[in-house]
Design a protein around this ligand. Structure first.
Ligand SMILES: [Fe+2]
Length: 409
């Protein structure tokens, strides 16, 4: 087989691509006004709290407030419960979603948020979205800061205690994905400019009308910072960092098997939602009110060495998601995938040899199946890279009803 590798990939805005992705996407830098007003105000507010400690260390016993009894009290659903019969790839388990459950203390939330809006981090890593419905100067994301610049957030997402809590819901062994997607912050901030506040004011009645009008719409028409999509990582843990007390809207909306939008109820700061985002079409809605909505997302895959992850590049590659560094992202991605494959190969080889040594007859079809699986894994690692793939974004698949999805095998 030959692979066409473009010497000069053509990226076009009309196809949903970013054109500055090799040089840092500075055309998606934040407006200075947002940095100076809303972000600076938020940071001052966090620093003014009596509990604020810039050197706070992550302590699972103190900062993870989840209790075992929440497994009983948290609403959970399977793909079957959501009437989702067909999926774009094989689901890794029946688990579809666990709806907001208390996860982090307020102190932990404040610290993560404070780390994410550090002025240097904002200047270096914050970018406005590529494609979104009704985005304003107040919508942006920050990612890729946890390894070097945010020790508290890094320790939290690397903690075995946190992953174990999530495994209690999914019943499969999980690992957080690579650094760029451990702690991806989505911001929709409330405007502090008097003219913008005035222009957005609505009566309670108007708000409710607008909200119910939104609920009638298809997922792709709902105002959001991130349109209707599937995630590119197996699971997404979405933690609410801040949501205005008077916010209307702003929830995650999941598209069910009968094409309705199911809004995940009442997120509060420190509460989390866990979804198998790889197979659930969903949308992060924008609040109708002039309210903050700040969420932090961590991607998870199946744990190695027993399994290979099923992550993809679709929504995360630098030509569609504004990021600071093309190379930093691919260092992360290639290292994650090759490490998982390496561990899996080692694990499988040892298992195979142990079987031979124990006198188990060689199962040739099983061996061939495993080789094909690993070939597919390697192919999936590169097949969406910019040098070979310039397909339109978002892909048409994001709007295909579940029941019309083709067979994935
Ligand atoms: Fe998502």
């Amino acid at each position: 087989m030959t692979v066409e590798v473009a010497s000069a990939p053509v990226h076009q805005k009309s196809l949903g691509h970013l054109t500055e992705f090799r040089s840092g996407n500075h055309d998606h830098d934040l407006p200075q006004e947002t940095i100076d007003l809303e972000i600076a105000t938020l940071r001052r507010k966090l620093e003014a709290k009596p509990t604020f400690d810039p050197n706070l260390k992550f302590d699972p016993a103190k900062h993870l407030v989840f209790k075992d009894e929440y497994y009983k009290t948290t609403k959970q659903c399977t793909l079957d419960d959501l009437s989702i019969g067909r999926t774009r790839v094989a689901p890794v388990c029946d688990f579809a979603a666990a709806f907001p459950f208390p996860l982090l203390s307020q102190e932990a939330v404040d610290m993560m948020l404070w780390e994410a809006i550090n002025p240097d981090t904002i200047a270096e890593l914050a970018r406005t979205p590529n494609l979104s419905t009704n985005a304003t100067r107040l919508d942006f994301h920050v990612n890729g800061h946890t390894e070097q610049q945010s020790p508290f957030t890094k320790a939290l997402f690397k903690s075995r205690e946190l992953t174990s809590i999530l495994e209690g819901f999914t019943k499969v062994k999980m690992d957080p994905v690579y650094e760029c997607d451990r702690g991806f912050f989505n911001f929709s901030l409330a405007s502090l400019k008097p003219d913008e506040i005035k222009a957005g004011q609505m009566s309670k009645e108007q708000l409710m009308q607008e909200y119910s009008k939104q609920n009638q719409k298809n997922g792709e028409e709902i105002p959001s910072t991130l349109g209707l999509h599937y995630d590119s990582n197996t699971f997404a843990l979405v933690i609410m960092m801040d949501i205005g007390d008077d916010a209307v809207g702003g929830e995650t909306g999941i598209i069910t098997g009968d094409n309705k939008v199911y809004r995940v109820p009442e997120p509060k700061p420190g509460y989390a939602t866990l979804i198998q985002g790889m197979v659930l079409r969903h949308v992060a809605t924008k609040p109708i009110t002039n309210s903050n909505r700040i969420a932090c997302i961590c991607g998870y895959g199946l744990a190695s060495p027993e399994n290979l992850d099923n992550c993809v590049l679709t929504t995360l590659k630098p030509s569609v998601l504004p990021r600071k560094s093309f190379d930093a992202f691919y260092r992360d991605w290639t290292s994650y995938r090759l490490t998982n494959l390496e561990k899996h190969l080692q694990y499988y080889k040892e298992k195979l040899l142990a079987e031979f040594d124990a006198g188990v007859p060689f199962d040739q079809p099983a061996f061939i199946k495993k080789c094909v699986e690993m070939e597919k894994y390697l192919r999936q690692t590169w097949c969406e890279m910019e040098a070979v793939n310039n397909d339109k974004f978002p892909p048409a698949q994001f709007n295909v009803p579940y029941e019309e999805l083709p067979d994935y095998e």
